[in-house]
Structure formats: C-alpha cells, structure tokens
Write a protein that binds this ligand. Structure first.
Ligand code: GDD
Ligand code: MN
Length: 382
C-alpha cells in the first residue's frame, strides 16, 4: 500500500525551540590570531563555569584564516560566534560592531591573543550583577596587576606616556585607561555607541570620554596580569598612535569642531607652505612675481586637492572622471574663497581700525570656512 504523502508541518504547531541566550557576550577583536582562537575559547570556558557566556570573534578578513577557525569551532560549540568584516580594519570599530550584535545583559571586551587574564572574568561579572559599577576594567596598574607582558622597555615607556596623556582628559582617576580589557552592561554600551569616535585601539577611553555624563560613570578596576604574547604579533604601529592623538583631539574639542574640519585646516596650512616654497622657487628662476604667484597657487591647489582627497575625505575618495570634475570644482571653490578672503580683509582694513593683521585673520577664517563648507557639500558630497 502506498503511504499518503505527508504535508509540511504547520508552523504554528511546530514545537518552539528554546534557545538560552547568553548573559555575557565576550567580544574579541582579532586580526591574524588563528592559533589563539581555540585556546582562548577553552580558557574562557574554564574560567566561567555556570555562566551563560558566548564569545564573538570580530575578524577583519585575516589572511591566516582566523575567521574560518572561529567558524569551525562555532559549528561544534554554539557559544562561539564570528563576525567577519571585509574591506575594513580597526580594533575599535570591530569591538563596536561585535558589541552591537549582542543581545546579552553584559558585554566584555578582551584581546584575542591570550594577553588578558581570563580568570578575573567572574569577579568583573559579579560587580555588574550586583550593580556596583557601570564599567569594570582589568587594570595592570592597581595592586596585584602587572604589565610584565609588554614586549620591551620601549613599549612600557610608550604605554606609560599614553596613560598620563589619557588621564589628563579623564574626569575621574583611572590607573589604566589604556586597558583593552573591560566589561559593562550592554544597554550602557548602546547608549554611548552613537557618540563614539571609533578611532584606533582605545575603545575603553573612547567609551568613557563619549559617555553623556562621564563624571557620573561608576568605574571599578580589578587587578589584571598582562601576559606575554605567545603566538602572532602586536598590531600597534605608528598609525595607531596617530589615531590615539586624533581620538583625544576629537574628544578634547568635545565634538564642537568636526575632525574633518581640523584635517582640512591642517592640509590648508601645509598648502600655504607649498605655495610659499613654489613662489620662492619661481622667483629664483627669474619668473615675474605675478607669473610665479599664479603657478605657485595652482601647485598648492593641486597639492591640497590630492591630500584632501586621500586624507580629509578618504571615505568619500574621488576617482576616475569624478576626480577631474571634483578638481575643477575645488579650484573654482578655492578661487572664490580667495577672492572673498582678500575682499573681506581689504574692506575691513579700509573701513575700520586699520589693524591689518586682524583684518587678514578674519578674511582667512571666513575663506577657510567657505572652502570647507562647499568642499564638503559639493566636491566630496559627504
Ligand atoms: N578586528 C581587528 N581589526 N582586530 C584587531 C585589529 C584590527 O584592525 N588590530 C588589532 N586587533 C586585535 C588583535 O588581533 C588583538 O586580538 C587585539 O586586537 C589587540 O591587538 P594587539 O596588536 O595585540 O595590541 P597590543 O597587545 O599591542 O595592545 C593591546 O593591549 C593593550 C593592553 O591591554 C590593545 O588591546 C590595547 O588597547 C591595550 O591597551
Ligand atoms: Mn596584544
């Protein structure tokens, strides 16, 4: 006898699969950490008996297959998740995206190279469960902590200098604001997230400085041993240090002045130097002042355009035909800016106090704001 084909089960009657969601998500930014992934998961598991934890590896498409390793583990262990980003790099943004993908009560952030001591995780969690703190930091500089794992005396010096600079910006005393190991309620992270700068390595510092009322954050530090790296290598380089400076600058200016404007101003200042150098070179090969000044101005504009395209507006970089169109527009904008600059300065000088310097400064400031506003909206269309 032929069996009746069974129809697909009605979804409404299908048994509901219960999934126990994690209480704690451990976000691990990683780049080229393949050999460290498996030991990391084992150590976290051993450190957190009885806790519903999960680990979220956020990998920026490492060439060594870090993400493949995390995913392979995830297939046999549902506590292991992986986010793979393509075409992006950056510790802080990796942490932000990992934490925002969590639905746990608490998020921890931990390096993926086994340098942070996982055995303090339960003590950190206990503080948050008891609502004793808004941020708990694994600190190398309170009694019982150590930073012996830093690879050289030079790294110690850089780290200590960074801490002193960071402390200057902080509204409260934190002995290790440069730590990359901390835990906080996810809801708190989410409130701060839209204000984060996301630059570089210092996501903890970024979080504290970006909090709506930083002085009201309850920060606890728990001693932590910073271990030596066993496999792979550090990704801290000169670029990361520049990003640290730019994070502090951004937060120091309290977001009143956009970082892009600061970059635009810096490029403009360099452009002035190029302009003067070209003028001097032109005159010294026998050009008339007017001819040398015209050539020097064009060189400076080309220089500014290139640098702005690669630095200030690197996220909106123009290429191909749009590059030519952008360059022509930029030259027109700056030309008008220069006319406005000179016009305003002359008018102020002849009508008012005859303070030449003040007139020139006001003219230049209006010129820069004009150039910036029109470049942002028309040339690079941010
Ligand atoms: N996804 C992603 N993208 N991860 C990254 C990137 C990146 O561009 N750069 C670094 N990481 C990961 C590394 O793979 C590692 O897991 C972690 O971020 C820390 O990077 P390291 O290169 O090992 O940094 P470090 O040891 O010099 O400094 C770290 O430790 C200090 C002490 O706690 C950083 O976390 C510092 O912020 C921290 O202060
Ligand atoms: Mn490290």
């Amino acid at each position: 006898m032929v069996e009746e084909p069974k129809s697909a089960p009605d979804l409404a009657e299908a048994p509901v699969l219960r999934r126990v969601s994690a209480e704690l998500s451990i976000v691990v930014p990683c780049y080229k950490e393949r050999p460290n992934v498996r030991p990391m998961v084992e150590r976290i598991g051993a450190a957190l008996p009885g806790v519903e934890w999960e680990v979220i590896f956020v990998d920026d498409n490492s060439p060594d297959g870090t993400a493949d390793e995390a995913r392979a583990l995830g297939r046999i262990n549902p506590r292991v998740r992986c986010i793979k980003r393509i075409g992006r790099r950056g510790l802080s943004t990796a942490v932000i995206e990992g934490a925002l993908s969590s639905s746990a009560d608490f998020v921890a952030v931990m390096d993926g190279d086994l340098q942070h001591d996982q055995t303090i995780l339960p003590a950190m969690l206990a503080q948050l469960r008891a609502n004793q703190a808004d941020v708990v930091i694994g600190s190398r500089h309170v009694d019982g902590g150590s930073s012996d794992g830093l690879s050289s005396a030079m790294r110690h010096r850089i780290s200590n200098a960074g801490i002193s600079v960071a402390q200057y910006f902080l509204p409260m005393r934190i002995t290790d604001p440069m730590s990359g190991f901390f835990m906080m309620p996810r809801s708190r992270f989410e409130t701060i997230a839209p204000r984060l700068s996301g630059q570089g390595f210092k996501i903890l510092l970024d979080l504290i400085l970006s909090a709506p009322e930083p002085q009201q954050l309850r920060v606890k530090e728990i001693p932590c041993q910073f271990h030596r790296r066993e496999a792979g290598e550090s990704k801290l380089d000169a670029l990361v240090m520049i990003q640290f400076a730019s994070l502090l600058l951004d937060k120091g200016l309290r977001g009143y002045v956009p970082m892009r404007f600061v970059a635009f101003g810096l490029v403009g200042t360099l452009g002035m130097i190029v302009n003067l150098a070209a003028l001097w070179a032109g005159e010294s090969v026998g050009l008339t002042f007017v001819a040398a000044e015209i050539i020097a101005t064009i060189i400076a504009m080309l220089f500014n355009f290139q640098l702005n395209n690669r630095l200030t507006y690197r996220t909106h970089r123009l290429r191909g035909p749009r590059l030519i169109r952008g360059l022509i527009l930029f030259m027109l904008v700056c030309g008008l800016g220069a006319i406005a600059n000179v016009g305003i300065a002359t008018a102020l000088f002849s009508s008012g106090s005859h303070n030449g310097f003040a007139a020139a400064a006001i003219g230049a400031a209006i010129g820069v704001v004009w150039n910036y506003a029109v470049s942002s909206t028309l040339v690079w269309r941010t």
